[in-house]
Design a protein around this ligand. Structure first.
Ligand code: DI6
Ligand code: FE
Length: 410
């Protein structure tokens, strides 16, 4: 390296690093620095240890503020048309979510609106939801289909999700959730619909490279464990990882099924048993906690967080952004709810939206500030990272770097 030449594109100095690595709380390095080359972190550590090779062509001063990895929202249904505000009023007046679903409302109401919408209209309606997440430092988002329930509509949703990410510079991971609920044209013929998912929808999504993973809703108003197994086998045949909406409204043995299927994650888990927790731990399947749906459905049974913690199951936290059970577009609010409603510590909550969020998506290249990781970085105007789960409605984001490109800096 010639004199005066810098080995890195970018360096950030005078920052407190919340590396989110194991060890110290938040993996904190109080007086730290970090260097980036070609969109990847090449060095992170104490300022006093910074080598000459970690000097950047551009050096940004963090003025002593906290720097974290970009946040990861690993479970959303944020592409859809219409809203379900009236249904919300119905539930406040006493109707249950399952009653409304059984009477043809619920998910099917959003399916009707979404089938009618063009891909362009879907993108237009959904863009503000992604913008709100991104404004709070979310740099990776998982977006599920599941409001089309036929081949062309499911692919339309996945394409819209990918296009939104490209338009906003957010890394979108897509998940095919055709096994969300039974479409009206297959009423009483669930196994035939599962045959359509396995024989047509999954192959089409795989052929077009539109789905990174496949999900299913294992529930009374969703699909049975046997039907889910068929969907997962088809997903495997097409080289896709699997995720499961498990034990949300009742214990259907979803956690054990996810574990048996070597799923990337089992999500919700309000009614998961001790043996279900043990199965997740043995399989290395991540738990995704969705406090927004718990809150919005006025649930009373929380996921077995103490059991998950004791068994060492990685606990991710996500918004579950959807029109019916979690119209939430703030991952920071979800962190707060995970603490207040589920008993996570603020550090566990932040780990849930960083390294464990990455784990739930099968991504090993993000979620921590460490060499080799994607340089998705957020600078926060806080005195302590605990504030990220503490303050509701505040957005302390002041700096943002995506894959090494500075999007915003104070
Ligand atoms: N569980 C949920 O909470 C959402 N999907 C699922 O499988 C609800 C989706 C909706 O009501 O629109
Ligand atoms: Fe969900």
């Amino acid at each position: 390296m010639k004199a005066g030449e810098s080995a890195c594109d970018l360096a950030i100095v005078n920052v407190a690093l919340a590396t989110m690595g194991e060890g110290a709380p938040y993996g904190a390095i109080r007086d730290g620095a970090l260097a980036v080359r070609d969109g990847r972190i090449v060095w992170a550590g104490a300022r006093t240890d910074r080598p000459a090779t970690a000097r950047g062509a551009l050096e940004l001063d963090g003025k002593g503020r906290w720097l974290t990895p970009g946040l990861i929202d690993c479970h959303t249904h944020l592409v859809y048309a219409g809203n379900r505000a009236r249904e919300f009023a119905q539930r406040l007046a006493g109707a249950t979510y399952e009653d409304i679903a059984r009477s043809g409302g619920g998910i099917l109401a959003t399916v009707r609106a979404t089938r009618e919408a063009s891909e362009r209209a879907l993108r237009k309606e959904s863009a503000p939801r992604l913008e709100r997440l991104a404004a709070e430092g979310v740099t990776t988002v998982e977006i599920k289909s599941g409001y089309g329930l036929d081949t062309s509509s499911e692919l339309k949703l996945l394409r819209a999700a990918r296009a939104l990410g490209a338009a906003q510079g957010v890394d979108v991971r897509t998940t095919l959730l055709a096994a969300h609920t039974l479409p009206p044209e297959y009423a009483g013929r669930a196994d035939d619909y599962v045959e359509l998912i396995c024989g047509e929808i999954i192959p089409a999504a795989a052929r077009e490279g539109l789905a990174d993973a496949v999900d299913a809703y294992c529930e009374r108003i969703g699909f049975s464990p046997a039907q889910v197994r068929r969907v997962f086998e088809a997903a495997r045949r097409h080289g896709r990882g699997v995720k499961l909406h498990a034990d949300q409204l009742s214990d259907m043995g979803g956690a054990a099924l996810a574990a048996e299927s070597r799923a990337l994650s089992a999500d919700h888990l309000e009614h998961t048993s001790e043996s279900g927790v043990a199965a997740l731990a043995r399989a290395g399947t991540a738990a995704v906690l969705l406090p927004g749906a718990y809150y919005f459905l006025h649930e009373r049974q929380a996921p077995p967080v103490a059991g998950l913690r004791a068994a060492g199951v990685p606990m991710a936290v996500a918004t579950d952004c959807n029109p019916g059970t979690s119209p939430v577009t703030s991952l920071l609010l979800a962190l707060n709810m995970a603490c207040v409603l589920f008993g996570l510590t603020p550090e566990e909550a932040l780990a849930g939206a960083t390294r464990h969020g990455a784990r739930a998506l099968g991504l090993a290249d993000r979620g921590r500030l460490a060499p080799g990781m994607r340089a998705d970085l957020v600078l926060w105007d806080v005195d302590d990272p605990v504030e990220l789960a503490y303050a509701v409605g505040a957005n302390p984001l002041v700096g943002l770097v995506r894959q090494g490109t500075v999007a915003r800096w104070p």
